[in-house]
Design a protein around this ligand. Structure first.
Ligand code: PGA
Length: 265
């Protein structure tokens, strides 16, 4: 078995680590990835999204490693009076390839709604950033059988005001069930695959077959070295957005290595 799409492994460090820890992490993680017998940047991709303040130091430490830099959010405007926001052009200037938008912590704790999240996505795409759009249901939603209704409503703005067809090349969707984030309870491969397939079918119907076929849909929520292979073996799971298990270089590298093993089964 080979992968239908290039697997993507993204570390979301959230509000963790000090700036001074970036260089050591980058060195250790970079060396560990080199031991994996698959080519970074060709067979798979990896990225780290640290806090904004760490981007210059981490970007410098990752230079030449093939590991990409990402931001945990992205301003919805080019520039202007938006206290506390970071513009997409500055993220580019700092070397980011990716910006995460709509993480459930932003939605829940900071009340970011779908309109704002999609405005952030559009602003990032305008600057040629890749965007990782997070969607996912809460536990009450799942228990009430509303999972797809919630995910579909989070995506619906992309159908109401379509992106340019070629902009989809820069979009990754992260399915992150809220009940699985940081809880140690991951969605089973079957549960995740079901929603990933629904997302792909939605993009097929609303956007196009080519965009749906190429779209990477990554899973997030308590991904660890010991569940990565089973999840990545599912046909519509194209990588991971990883919080807790991305904070130690050895653990994150093992997660990548184990995940990639599912390609040769
Ligand atoms: P977790 O976080 O891996 O710690 O569950 C995932 C995420 O929030 O992206």
């Amino acid at each position: 078995m080979t992968f239908a799409r290039t697997p993507l492994f993204v570390a979301n460090w959230k509000m963790n680590k000090r700036v001074a820890e970036c260089a050591e992490f980058a060195d250790a993680f970079g060396s560990l990835l080199q031991e994996i017998p698959m080519k970074l940047g060709e067979t798979y991709e990896a990225a780290i999204a640290p806090p904004f303040t760490h981007l210059p130091a981490l970007g410098k430490a990752l230079a030449g490693s093939g590991i990409d830099l990402g931001a945990q959010n992205c301003g919805a405007a080019k520039s202007g009076a938006y206290t506390g926001e970071i513009s997409p052009s500055v993220l580019r200037e700092l070397g980011c390839r990716w910006a995460i938008v709509g993480h459930s912590e932003r939605r829940q704790l900071y009340k970011e709604d779908d309109a704002l999240v999609l405005a952030r996505l559009r602003a990032a795409i305008e600057e040629d950033l890749g965007v990782i759009l997070c969607v996912g249901e809460t536990l009450p939603d799942r228990r009430a059988d509303r999972t797809w209704r919630v995910v579909e409503s989070q995506l619906s703005g992309l159908a109401q005001k379509p992106l340019r067809p070629d902009a989809w090349k820069r979009v990754v969707i992260a399915y992150e069930p809220v009940w699985a984030i940081g809880t140690g309870e991951n969605a089973t491969p079957t549960q995740a695959q079901e929603v990933h397939a629904q997302i792909r079918a939605w993009v097929h119907a609303k956007v196009g077959a080519a965009q749906a076929g190429d779209l990477r849909i990554v899973y997030g929520g308590s991904v660890k070295p010991d569940n990565a292979a089973a999840l990545l073996a599912e046909r519509d799971i194209d990588g991971f957005l990883v919080g807790g298990a991305s904070l130690e270089a050895v653990t994150f590298a093992n997660l990548v290595r184990n995940g990639l093993k599912s390609a040769v089964n």
